[in-house]
Design a protein around this ligand. Structure first.
Ligand code: ATP
Length: 233
């Protein structure tokens, strides 16, 4: 079997004395969308921060295309092809949509402004508007689109559906399908299990900082009711 794109083995993470992640193992294959689902505080965001090297107090091994990321600072992790879109979205509210898109570093193979506008025309329509004047859904689209100029191979998305109306969530889902069709792989952190179930090829269920179950797309229909009940409590 070929080496996965991302391989996380025996990941433990700490905030000060607090031991937050416990022996997390997960893989992402090229072209896959993988979800991390779990309640508030289950450790999903901490997993993304540990992979990106934003949280440095961790043990275990994280490899990307066979390259060990564990010792790299986060800006170097970004350079090898990972992009993190945090829950707070990180767009600059006083700058226009276009300025937000032009600001991040460009890398060979990264998307041009024209390509971004072509695929997500709503961003072109809103090009001159300041970030603060966008709807929640437009802000989320911008937050994702602004990492594309750096040619990421793997996107780490933290709750892209949060706080959005169902019709907008649908649109974000279509955006993620487009990015997958363009060859990107995605780790999707979600509390919205239905949204994750529509998109992801596999799901990792996290409880108290550990992965307790892996569910393949084909088995999701059988597990969904149980997981929904669990996640909504
Ligand atoms: P959420 O959706 O609420 O972000 P999550 O599954 O992403 O949930 P994490 O944010 O990874 O969970 O949090 C995992 C655990 O780590 C929680 O118990 C949380 O209280 C704790 N934690 C998170 N950030 C910090 C921090 N900066 N300092 C100390 N503890 C933290």
């Amino acid at each position: 079997m070929s080496e996965p794109l991302l391989n996380v083995q025996g990941l433990n993470a700490f905030y000060g004395q607090g031991h937050v992640l416990h022996d997390v193992n997960l893989t992402v294959k090229s072209g896959e969308i993988v979800s991390l689902v779990g309640r508030n505080g289950a450790g999903k965001t901490t997993t993304l921060k540990s992979i990106m090297g934003v949280l440095r107090s961790r043990t275990g091994r994280v490899t990307f295309q066979g390259k060990d990321l564990t010792r790299l600072p986060s800006h170097r992790v970004a350079r090898v092809g990972l992009a993190w879109v945090p829950e707070e979205r990180g767009i600059l509210s006083t700058l226009s949509v276009r300025e937000n898109l032009e600001l991040p570093p460009k890398r060979p193979g990264g998307w041009s402004l024209d390509k971004i506008y072509e695929h997500f025309p709503v961003l072109r329509e809103r090009g001159r508007h300041p970030g603060s004047k966008l709807s929640g859904g437009e802000q989320q689209m911008l937050a994702i689109a602004r990492v594309l100029s750096s040619a990421p191979k793997l996107l780490l998305l933290d709750e892209p559906s949060e706080g959005l109306a169902p019709v907008i969530v649908q649109r974000i889902g279509e955006m993620l399908q487009t990015l997958r069709d363009e060859g990107m792989s995605i780790i999707l952190v979600e509390q919205n299990l239905r949204f994750a179930a529509r998109l992801a090829d596999r799901h990792y269920v996290m409880v108290n900082g550990a992965v307790v179950e892996e569910v393949a797309r084909a088995d999701m229909a059988a597990r969904e009711a149980d997981l929904l009940r669990y996640l909504s409590v």
